[in-house]
Ligand binder design. Structure first.
Ligand SMILES: [Zn+2]
Ligand SMILES: [Zn+2]
Ligand SMILES: [Zn+2]
Length: 1006
């Protein structure tokens, strides 16, 4: 038996299978699987063939741990760029990379292998490092994919791959062959126990007891130059050091140019102060009293006072070597401790070394790798062999103290316990030692494209100028760094990296430079990887009879240093962009100057890192910058602006957020902030994103629910036939689309985020979707008015789903599956293009939107009035009232412009039962009482000139179906109190008036 529905069931409520609950942690992985199954990234590459290209070249993260929030931010932003460029009609491939060589991994592997490493052959150690890096390459890949980043994840570039290692070596040879490379000294931390250089990261500070000594150096230049009072006197300066073993390497004494120095006559006899035989000591004025006390100088008389700058180019005598010691200046000299006169051994300290360079001092290191001292044959005149010859630095200390004492140069000695650098591995104290390193000279002569002469440094600075830096301050930062940086030290005394694969002459210690040989070794690396350098015999690589071009020697050794990892990653434009089959054509077009944008997008610290090293290598080898644009993002901080750390427990783990809330929430967070600034993240900010996500999802669900039964091919209403309210929303959607496309273009993802939110919450939820309910639910589903609304809802959904797809990649793709079916629709939103504004709405939206400003102002006034009315008269909602408007000519015309049926239009826009509009021109508007039917109800302010408005309790009868108060209600079969409008709708729906017999049998009493 057929049964008539309940009256309520004749309403057309939204209906969709699109779930309200997202269940992102469960559903995202299945969507990832689906994308993998259909080969989405590969399909993207296919459909993009032939489009103009846009190349974002990935800066490789270091593969030594799981991803953290900074990684998620960086990859999220890159994904927004790649997806938005793709949807904007570009071919934008993304080949992710990983930085695999270098110290942090070697240290970790060292920890795992322990001292066993020292006995292991090099290839075995390399294999362990490779395995370690590969483990994190795999983990990070899985984590980046989990948060929805698209790319060639099955084939990322690895700086440790054979191809890449071969290309890195090739780039080094390029610099070597073009004359950029030289060998020179550089001071490094050195462990004499492990006989190795240590990086800053490998040095730990521990307490250590050192001999603290004060030593006097006799002035040998004319003291009158400093002060006439010093004429004819024995003048000294006093240095203080805790490393007596560096005294044999002493070449200079450094003074601060701006400090005041005093010349003190020191008398052992208080009754005979400043006798002409008293020695005179020059020390910093500020430190004089501590020096007097420490060295027990007794009664002192100040004989002169002068600026430290006056001491430059003075000379002193070394306390026990036949060597002149130069007075030099250094702003690093402090007044915290010591004497203000700093003993300078260029081969044993960083400041000392660079001072030595400025003053051309001897920088030769006479401490060998195992820490044994050797005398300078030029300067050793007192005895042979020197008493310290062959002693380790620690054993040499007391011997040298004794020598100083014997020469009456020692003024004081004591033990000092202080914090001192130690080796992280063997925990022995380390020393500073100048070692031979490989450098790329920034002053190498180069030619500009027009043939004019310049230097490597200058050409690099000129190239910076051609790049777009966003934010703009990046340009000054990198320019300043480039202008002042020292030569690039590219060698490391390590194993996990690309070997500096050159043969050194045993005779003159110079490298063989031979392009044919270099080519052969690059080929070898390509076949066998960097291990080959460790395993191949010299005889297999060097042609028989090879002679040194400089000295004719025939014995060679393999260099054992490796390249700085910044050289590896800095040549990725060469190893990847120029070599990868998926990128090389596009990159070549860029290099030839007519190609695409090449974008690098990394953290702000990369001005000294990857942006920097990439720029240097590309300018050096190709004469131009490797990119046309560099964008930088800030750091991730907690809500109080503190860095995230384990100890503070304020870290936000993107993997954990993805597992608990969804990768989409991480993405939404990335989009929510201006990445150019430092960005706050916390559990509560993530929860806020999750809340907003729910709202957006509900908006989509509501849109889809109202599209039920809508077939665009059949039901779409032509733009000219749309109802005014729908036209307005279409204009607004065009405006939104235009803005959002602009935001994507400018990488202003946070503006996309805010614009989408505002549209969903203000334009849709609070307005359009709300006022549409009457039409959508009560009108006949196929009625022209309802189809008009559906047409616009459909266009809004179609636009919105594409506009959010780069950010909400999972959800947009899910929404896509629930959209009304279309012929030839792409199988994923990610294969579709952004909407075109003029295809959404044909007119300039601005005029229509301006006209609507009046209506929105009026709507605000109406809502306030209804709210007041509700409080006073206890009505339930808007449908319980009628509105009366009295408008002058101008206002009337403006309202009427929205054509159609003005009362209907206002009724709907304000969501009330009825709205009446009367013309009341001129003085009449101020004297409405004179009207034949003067207005009833309560007047409320409209704040619009030429318009008065009144609100009254709705007249008529409440319709049982649509809840509007209507002039007339009557029975529709057994359904009572049905308004005329609903009568018509029911008829249009083909629902006959039901009789009692159609009713369901009464339900059994519960
Ligand atoms: Zn050590
Ligand atoms: Zn030679
Ligand atoms: Zn009705």
């Amino acid at each position: 038996m057929s049964s008539a529905p309940e009256l309520k069931a004749t309403l057309t409520l939204p209906q969709t299978a699109f779930p309200m609950k997202a269940n992102l942690p469960q559903n995202e992985p299945s969507r990832l699987k689906k994308w993998a199954e259909i080969g989405l990234y590969k399909k993207l590459r296919e459909i993009c063939t032939g489009r103009p290209s846009y190349l974002l070249h990935d800066g490789p993260p270091y593969a030594n741990g799981p991803i953290h929030l900074g990684h998620a931010l960086n990859k999220g932003l890159k994904d927004f760029v790649v997806k938005s460029k793709t949807m904007a009609g570009f071919d934008s491939p993304y080949v992710p990379g990983y930085d695999c060589h270098g110290l942090p991994i070697e240290i970790k592997v060292d920890e795992q292998l322990g001292r066993k490493k020292l006995e292991m052959p090099a290839p075995a150690v390399l294999e362990a490092c490779r395995a370690y890096a590969q483990k994190y390459v795999d983990l990070q890949t899985q984590q980046f994919e989990r948060i929805g980043c698209f790319g060639r994840w099955d084939q990322p570039y690895l700086t440790m791959s054979r191809d890449y290692e071969a290309r890195t070596l090739e780039a080094f040879y390029g610099f070597l062959e073009k004359g950029f490379v030289y060998r020179g000294l550089k001071p490094v931390y050195w462990c004499i126990h492990d006989r190795t250089a240590l990086a800053e990261a490998e040095v730990e500070y521990e307490n250590h007891t050192s001999p603290s000594i004060y030593v006097r150096y006799a002035l040998t230049s004319d003291p009158i130059a400093l002060s006439p009072a010093l004429s004819g006197r024995s003048v000294y300066t006093i240095i203080w050091t805790t490393t007596p073993w560096t005294i044999p390497a002493s070449m200079a004494v450094a003074f601060h140019p701006d400090f005041e120095y005093v010349a003190l006559a020191a008398s052992g006899d208080p009754k005979n102060a400043n006798s002409s035989s008293d020695p005179i000591y020059i020390v910093a004025a500020e430190l004089a009293s501590t020096v007097i006390a420490a060295c027990k100088l007794g009664i002192t008389t100040e004989l002169g006072r002068f600026k430290g700058s006056q001491l430059e180019h003075t000379t002193f005598r070394h306390p026990f070597l036949e060597r002149s010691i130069l007075g030099v200046l250094g702003t690093y000299v402090t007044a915290d401790q010591g004497t203000g006169a700093v003993h300078t051994a260029p081969s044993h300290g960083a400041d000392d070394f660079y001072t030595g360079q400025r003053y051309s001092l001897d920088q030769t290191c006479r401490v060998d790798a195992s820490g044994h001292l050797h005398a300078d044959p030029q300067a050793w005149l007192l005895a042979s062999p020197a008493p310290f010859e062959g002693l380790t630095v620690w054993k040499a200390n007391p011997v040298i103290v004794a020598m100083l004492e014997e020469r009456r140069a020692l003024l004081a000695v004591s033990d000092l316990e202080h914090s001192y650098p130690h080796c992280w591995r063997c925990h022995n104290p380390v020393i500073f030692r100048a070692t031979e390193q490989w450098f790329i000279s920034l002053e190498t002569p180069m030619k500009r494209p027009d043939g004019s002469e310049t230097s490597f440094r200058q050409l690099t600075i000129e190239e910076i100028d051609k790049v777009v830096w966003d934010p703009a301050w990046g340009k000054d930062r990198i320019t300043n760094m480039m202008a002042t940086r020292p030569d690039w030290c590219i060698s490391r005394q390590r194993i996990w990296g690309v070997p500096i694969a050159v043969f050194m002459c045993e005779g003159c210690n110079n490298p063989i430079i031979d392009p044919a040989l270099d080519h052969k070794i690059v080929d070898l690396f390509e076949r066998e990887g960097a291990e080959a350098w460790h395993t191949a015999a010299i005889a297999d690589l060097l042609p028989a009879g090879t002679k040194c071009a400089l000295c004719g020697n025939t014995a060679f050794r393999k260099e054992t240093d490796i390249l700085d990892v910044w050289f590896d990653s800095g040549t990725s434009w060469n190893a990847v962009c120029e070599a990868d089959p998926d990128l090389r054509e596009q990159y070549e077009a860029f290099r030839e100057g007519h190609g695409p944008t090449v974008l690098y997008l990394e953290g702000g610290d990369q001005h000294r890192g990857w942006f920097h090293s990439s720029l240097l290598t590309s300018v050096g080898l190709r004469g131009r910058a490797p990119y046309s644009q560099c964008n930088t993002c800030g750091f991730t901080l907690d809500e109080q602006g503190r860095a995230m750390s384990k100890s503070l427990g304020n870290g936000v783990d993107p993997v954990d957020i993805a597992e608990r809330m969804g990768g989409e929430i991480v993405r939404l967070w990335v989009a929510s902030i201006d990445f150019r600034e430092d960005m706050a993240a916390s559990e509560s900010l993530m929860a806020r994103c999750a809340e907003l996500y729910r709202k957006l999802r509900n908006t989509f669900r509501f849109l889809l629910g109202n599209l039920n039964g809508f077939d665009p091919a059949r039901d779409r209403v032509a733009e000219s036939e749309l109802l005014p309210l729908d036209r307005y929303m279409l204009a607004r959607t065009r405006d939104l689309t235009q803005k959002i496309l602009g935001f994507y273009e400018a990488f202003e993802f946070h503006r996309v985020y805010h614009a989408v939110n505002e549209f969903a919450i203000v334009d849709l939820s609070s307005f359009y979707l709300d006022v549409l309910k009457d039409r959508m639910y009560t009108f006949a589903p196929t009625s022209a008015a309802r189809r008009s609304a559906q047409t616009v809802l459909w266009q809004i959904t179609e636009a919105l789903v594409r506009l959010v797809a780069p950010i909400l990649s999972f959800t947009a793709d899910e929404v896509w599956e629930y959209l009304p079916k279309l012929a030839n629709r792409e199988e994923s939103v990610h294969l579709a293009l952004f909407p075109k504004p003029d295809e959404i709405f044909s007119e300039n939206p601005v005029y229509l939107m301006n006209e609507w400003q009046v209506l929105f102002a009026l709507r605000d006034a109406v809502l306030r009035a209804i709210e007041d009315f509700r409080k006073n008269k206890s009505i339930g909602k808007g449908l319980d009232v009628d509105l009366y408007f009295y408008a002058d000519d101008v206002m009337y015309e403006l309202l009427r412009k929205n054509g159609w049926n003005l009362p209907e239009f206002l009724k709907e826009s304000f969501n009330v039962s009825k709205a009446y509009v009367h013309k009341a021109d001129g003085a009449l508007l101020n004297n409405l009482d004179q009207l034949a039917n003067p207005p009833q109800g309560t007047e409320f302010p409209t704040n619009i000139s030429g318009l008065r408005a009144f609100v009254v309790q709705a007249s008529g009868h409440k319709c049982a179906r649509c809840w509007n108060f209507m002039p007339e209600v009557s029975n529709y079969g057994i359904w009572q109190n049905v308004c005329t409008r609903c009568h018509n709708a029911l008829k249009e729906m083909g629902i006959d008036p039901p009789s009692a017999a159609d009713q369901d049998p009464p339900e059994a009493a519960a």
